[in-house]
Write a protein that binds this ligand. Sequence first.
Ligand code: PDD
Length: 284
Amino acid sequence: MEIAYFNGKYIPKDEVKISPDDRGFLFAEGIYEVVRWYEGFFYDMNGHLARMKRSLKETLIAWPEEDSFPVIARELIRVNHLESSQALIYLEVTRGAAKRTHAFPSPPASPTVYAYARDFIPENEGKESGIGIMLKDDIRWGRCDIKSVALLPNTLCFQEATGKGFFECAFVKNGIITECTHSNIFFVIRGVLFTHPESSDILSGITRKNIIRVARKAGIPVKEEAVAAKKLGRVQEIFITNTSGEVTPVIKIDSQIIGEGIPGPVTRIIRERFNDEICSLKHS
Ligand code: PDD
């Protein structure tokens, strides 16, 4: 039986009841976080906790027990017997349930807090051979830095991409490639690694930050500078990053083959160094 965390209690997932007046349901007024468990530890829990607190602050959602996220996550692993598995923890926090009006509830409603653990078998499809992604106009709102549950543009574009046989969809805003529907994107141009700077146009990925660190440590120069879609012809390598997929090489954008059409040497080094870090954390 799957056990979930719901408003302070650990209960069977199918007993969770969320009000139809919940502002997450009515207004998509909520935030979420996803953290990965590697058979014994959470990868960069501090980074995920800090981002979750920032998302709450920016959406003016008060969850007084916000610092308990790591404890909740760990308890979900324990009660669902996932200690020796790979797993993902999803946490969702909304402004809570109240009579429908645009004004925030006054006095404030208790936030709705829901978290669950899911065992996770990493997909290796594409990791070795590389994937194809498509480009599409960035139709999202102006605060992509908040990890909001309002993901309709992301799911619509992802669905279109997979329907056309692509693995992901990268967004283009004013000619600039920002990020993908659920991952950040990196480019290698003449040995230098480029990625969009932190701004309201991208989610500051935890994997993105760690990959920048790992790349610099490996002696690869990194520039947090955006790449224009029309400059793709100059790009030798591309990869995307996120919590579940780690580093996935991209060998094709729309019909354009990137570099030699195989995962390149910089991507390979970064994947190796990231894997080494995970292995050393497992044994520490
Ligand atoms: N998505 N950009 C967007 C829009 C994302 O939704 C995500 C993560 C990322 C990468 O962030 P991180 O490295 O912290 O996972 C970038 C998660 C995995 C999801 O929605 O499931």
